[in-house]
Design a protein around this ligand. Structure first.
Ligand SMILES: [Zn+2]
Length: 89
């Protein structure tokens, strides 16, 4: 089953949901109940990442500690850096 990544529009948390392809996208933040949007899931991208959600996120465990800030928020879309104006060379 694919893992979908969501970002809460209200509290800004990112979280993942293990869902079937036929499942409807999650609309409710599991932390605050706010609206969410689904991010593009990139498996290869996540594997070379910091590895904090390589495993351990497949089981839904409650995030009790709200002290630690979210890992890193990247507002820019992941793959749009290609079409910058051609001023190299
Ligand atoms: Zn939220």
């Amino acid at each position: 089953m694919p893992v979908y990544e969501y970002e809460c529009l209200k509290c800004g948390k990112n979280f993942e949901e293990l869902q079937s392809i036929t499942d409807k996208p999650l609309k409710i933040c599991r932390f605050c109940g706010g609206d969410t949007r689904r991010l593009i899931s990139q498996t290869s991208f996540s594997l070379k990442g910091s590895g904090w959600y390589k495993d351990g996120y497949s089981t839904p465990k409650p995030v009790a500690e709200s002290k630690s800030p979210p890992p890193e928020k990247k507002p820019a879309p992941p793959d749009s850096a290609k079409k910058v104006s051609s001023k190299d060379s």
